[in-house]
Design a protein around this ligand. Structure first.
Ligand SMILES: [Zn+2]
Length: 288
């Protein structure tokens, strides 16, 4: 990664000096006054409108390493379900699915009773649970639960209570676009990292102020999105070097070098990406 970073800088430098030198030697025979071409400014503008849906980059793939898991319906309960179609925050008979992972982490998926059937709710909850298995252990350990509604709205997260909310039709569309892994990662960053780092770590604030730009327009225009927007670039660059196109890699090194260093110091080394933190709970308990 360092080589790419410095390679990018050298390329810029070579162009600046090379272009100026060539123009000068071409103009010399006529003895005219040489006006050096304007030096091209280094472009630190955002490279995409947003990180996930505005490009075809594959940051995370379903075939990437994941921790094994199982999921079980533990019952039907009353839960606080923000983001639903009514003003009533609480909903009865919510499907409580418990996803238990081999590293000892557990994440509940609370699916609205508006699903047409238990199997429909289970199927969609399963799509979520399998993608949460791609996250590093520390994120899954911090993530409290996922709220799953029917309908089609944009996902959102609650950083203090460590949960996020998704919608069945929106998730189906994101799957069809190969964007569901990235969407769940983005919301998981909000739910597990915003509170600790975006809102409380001077290293993030310092990196943000020191870097020359924002990686996406979304991050620039809504600064609360900056950490989640930047994190997916840092994540893929750390664990899957070469997966991002070279021009994108060069841009993130140019636009957000300090954020990149900071975020990549938070994401664990590969040896502890999946880390057994307690005995796996398994899914052998009978549904209530
Ligand atoms: Zn966001």
């Amino acid at each position: 990664m360092r080589l790419v970073k410095f390679g990018g800088l050298f390329l810029v430098s070579a162009c600046i000096w090379g272009c100026g030198s060539n123009s000068q030697s071409e103009a010399t025979p006529s003895a005219e006054v040489v006006v050096a071409p304007p030096m091209e400014a280094v472009n630190t503008d955002p490279i995409f409108p947003n990180s996930i849906v505005s490009n075809s980059l594959s940051f995370i793939e379903l075939t990437d390493a994941s921790v094994t898991h199982c999921m079980v319906l533990t019952g039907r309960e009353t839960r606080e379900m923000p983001g639903g179609p009514t003003n009533n925050l609480f909903e009865d008979n919510v499907y409580i699915f418990e996803a238990n992972y081999a590293d000892g982490t557990t994440v509940e998926v609370w699916a609205t009773a508006r699903f047409s059937s238990e199997s429909a709710a289970e199927s969609e909850a399963g799509e979520i649970a399998m993608r949460l298995a791609l996250l590093p252990t520390f994120m899954r350990e911090t993530l409290n639960h996922v709220i799953l509604h029917t309908g089609d709205s944009t996902a959102f997260a609650e950083d203090l209570a460590h949960f996020f909310v998704v919608y069945e039709e929106n998730m189906a569309f994101r799957r069809s676009e190969n964007d569901m892994e990235e969407t769940l990662f983005h919301e998981s960053v909000h739910a597990t990292m915003d509170n600790m780092y975006r809102d409380g770590d001077p290293r993030w604030a310092n990196a943000q102020q020191t870097d020359p730009g924002f990686i996406t327009e979304f991050a620039r225009d809504r600064v609360t999105e900056d950490l989640a927007e930047s994190a997916i670039f840092a994540f893929t660059d750390k664990y899957f070097p070469g997966r991002l196109p070279e021009d994108v890699t060069n841009s993130i090194n140019l636009i957000m070098p300090n954020r990149l260093d900071f975020l990549q110091s938070i994401f664990p080394e590969e040896a502890t990406y999946f880390e057994d933190i307690r005995a796996a709970k398994g899914c052998t308990q009978s549904p209530q």
